[in-house]
Each structure stands twice: as C-alpha cells, then as structure tokens.
Design a protein around this ligand. Structure first.
Ligand SMILES: Cc1ncc(COP(=O)(O)O)c(C=O)c1O
Length: 422
C-alpha cells in the first residue's frame, strides 16, 4: 500500500484508508488477502458479485469471449443476442427494448437522454428524490443532493424518499398518511414541465431506504396520471438483490425505463437500459444522439451478463435470495436492540445497519460505523461502509449458517466498538 501511494496519492478511498487490506483473490463468498487471511464478503465486491467471486460459468464465458472477439464497436454479435435473450427471460414483459452500456452512471445518463427525447414539447425537467444516488457524472449529479465532497448540489426538482427513521416531517407511518409521497407528487411530479422522475425504488447509497407500503403506489400512479415517465434506477437493486429480478416488481411498479448494472454482470463493466418499445424506439435513440460508445455493449461484458443471468435463472437464485433473506432478517433482528444501533432495515439481501451515538436523540455516528467496519474486517467479515449506515449485501450463493455466523461476528464488532475494545 505504501508503494502504491507513491503513484496514487489521492486514490485512498474511505474503504482503502479504513480497511487497509490488499485482496489477492476471491472464491464464492470468500475473499483472501495477500497475507492469506480470509473474509466473508458481505458486500459482494461492490454489490456486484451476486454469484460470488470467480463463478466457474462466468469465468469460462468471459475467457472464451476474450479469446474469440473483444471489440467490434456497435455491431451485432452472437453474444449480444445471448445477453438480450437472457435479459428478456427475467425482465417484465413490458420492458421489451434494450440498450447496452458499460457503467451505472453511463446508463443513467442514457436513460435521461432517452426520456428527454421521448418527452412532449415543454417537458424539459427531470425530477428526482432527495438522498438519491445515480453516479458521479455531471448530468446525474446535477439532479440530486448527494454531496460527494467536491461540489455543492445543483438546484433541481426534488421529491422526498420515505426515510421513516429520520422523517423530515417528524411524522410516524402510517398515521403520516405518506406525506412524503404526497409532497413528491405535488412538488415534483404533478407539473407540466417535467419529463421524467428518476428514482431508486429502494435507495441504496443513502443507507438502504426501504419505502413502506403505499409510497410507490401513490408516486407511481401519479407519474402515469401526469404523463411523467418513471425511470427506475436499479443499478444496485436490479438483478435479483431484493428477491425479485427488479425491486420495482416488489412494489408493483411498471417503470417506463429501468437501468441495470451491478447485479447483472458479476463485476464486469456492463450496464443495460431496458424500456418500453414506445419510449425506447429507433426515433428516440436517434433523437438522443444514439447510444454507441467505444466500450458500450462490450462483448466481454455481455458474455459476463449472459452467463450470470443464465445461472441466475437456471439455479432459481431469486428463490434462494428469498430464503436467505429470512435468515439475514433473523440474524440482523438480534442486532436491532443493541444500544449503538439506531435501526436495522432492508429487504431481500440488501440491508443497512444505522449506527447512532444515542438511541433517544438518534444522533448519527459515522465514526463508530467506520470503526465497526474496520473491526469486522479483523474478525473476518467485510461489509460496505458509507456514513453512519453499514450496508450488507452478500452474494446469493452463501450458505445460511455462514451468513448467520458472519452477522454474529458483525454483532461482536459492534459490541467491541461500543465497549471501547476496538
Ligand atoms: C442506484 C445507482 N445508480 C447509479 C450508480 C452509478 O454506478 P457507477 O458507479 O457504475 O457509475 C450507482 C452506484 O453505486 C447506484 O447505486
């Protein structure tokens, strides 16, 4: 790490600086560092390794594709058709049109271009939700208040996510009558100048904000009624993480456009924009300036997607996510009463443990979360840090007892930090 710092002085991410681990390889749900220590990877790479690290079918597919053909720009290839077919098997039928990209931010930008191109004249604005995260490119960052530390948020049209634990209106569900959803409709959706609402059905980077029943019914219905396209950003949730292929399906939502990336390619750079044929047709793509790029629809990424999605379907991993979700919910439930834990929330295999300095005042404790992250690594467990909420998003292939044991170790890490032992 010291040698690398000479070349990458500015590259120390929070995770690098806190974790101080140099990983050598990964197999299944296990990561091994250069000193030979093993870790249960409850962050699944960066929520990418749904099939675990080094799944043999994916390794074989990308290796064979790399030997066969690596880049032929935006031309049809057999692997592109394989990927399209594998996606069509898993996506809701109304999302019949696809475009292939490389990264999450890139595909969200493409969704915005397509929405603008499809919108009626006069509908020029894009609405989004406070605390949403959609990537670090300028276009998407201009939409949301997600301070990545270098720029003030730009003014934009923002609705309210259902962050019930820290309700900005000091209300309580369900007596709040979903004020957050109603204000989102009034302030961001029911307007003649809005083309689309871009939103994560479950906000991930914000700390796993899971809306209660009713929220998406109200907001989704309003989008349809007011002619506002709904773009579900499922870069993080898509691909089965919530127990359905799309989180939108858990909420009965029928988005016009969906972005996918992390969950579909086992960690390879591949992203997909899926849309209704009415929105994503030849005309909108042309009006949006097309969607080709140097690496967009990269054959090796497509091979990763085709093989990942084939295994997901063949091994019925969505059912496995639902089974493991019960194990995870149970294990995390035991942590919920700990004095350092403000709230435990999640669904499927996507959970957040929010740490507080005081359960009564709910004062956020990001410093404690950092220490727990580091202590958990010492105990052989990797979670995802980010503010005061530790995120847990394990591979779908973990064994139930391995998962329960890893959460017990996380509980020990929380207690060690709380008692001043770490
Ligand atoms: C919901 C969502 N959208 C977009 C992105 C951006 O993806 P990328 O980091 O590949 O640009 C992320 C990344 O975490 C995300 O969680």
């Amino acid at each position: 790490m010291a040698a690398e710092a000479a070349f990458l002085p500015a590259a120390a991410s929070q995770e690098t600086a806190l974790g101080r681990r140099v990983f050598a390889y990964g197999r299944g749900a296990t990561l091994v560092d250069v000193d030979g220590r093993a870790y249960v990877d409850l962050a699944a790479g960066t929520m990418t390794q749904s099939l675990g690290h080094g799944h043999p079918a994916v390794v074989r597919a990308v290796t064979e594709q790399a030997a066969r053909l690596v880049n032929v720009h935006d031309n049809p290839t057999p692997v592109r058709l394989d990927a399209a077919r594998a996606l069509a098997r898993l996506l809701p039928a109304h999302l019949g049109s696809l475009g292939f990209f490389t990264t999450g931010a890139e595909v969200v930008e493409a969704a915005l271009r397509a929405a603008h191109a499809a919108a009626e004249p006069g509908r020029t604005r894009i609405a989004a939700l406070r605390r949403g995260f959609h990537g670090k490119t300028r276009g998407v960052r201009a939409l949301v208040q997600w301070d990545v530390g270098t720029e003030p948020p730009a003014p934009s049209l923002l609705g309210y996510p259902a962050y019930c634990y820290r309700c900005p209106f000091d209300a309580t569900y369900p007596s709040c009558d979903l004020l957050c959803a109603r204000l989102t409709v009034r302030q961001a959706v029911a307007r003649p100048d809005v083309a689309a609402l871009l939103a994560e059905p479950v906000q991930g980077a914000a700390g796993v904000i899971v809306p209660p029943p009713g929220y998406w019914e109200i907001v989704g219905r309003a989008c349809a009624e007011h002619g506002v396209l709904l773009i579900a950003d499922e870069v993080l949730t898509g691909g089965g993480r919530t127990g359905e292929f799309l989180a939108a399906q858990r909420y009965g939502l029928t988005p016009d456009l969906v972005t996918l990336a992390k969950g579909i390619g086992s960690g390879h750079p591949v992203a997909v924009l899926a849309g209704t044929p009415e929105v994503l047709d030849e005309r909108t793509w042309q009006a949006a300036g097309g969607h080709g790029s140097t690496f967009g629809g990269h054959p090796v990424g497509l091979a990763a997607a085709a093989s990942t999605l084939t295994v997901l379907h063949r091994d019925d991993l969505l059912a496995r996510v639902r089974d493991l979700a019960a194990v995870l919910a149970d294990a995390l439930g035991e942590l919920a009463e700990h004095p350092a834990v403000g709230e435990v929330r999640g669904l499927g295999l996507l959970w957040g443990v929010e740490l507080v300095a005081d359960r009564a005042t709910k004062a956020p404790d990001p410093a404690a979360a950092d220490r727990v992250f580091r202590r958990a690594l010492d105990l052989g467990v990797r979670v995802m840090p980010g503010g005061q909420t530790l995120r847990i998003a394990p591979p779908f292939v973990l064994e139930p007892d391995e998962l329960a044991d890893a959460i017990r170790r996380l509980g020990r890490a929380i207690d060690d930090v709380h008692q001043g032992r770490a």
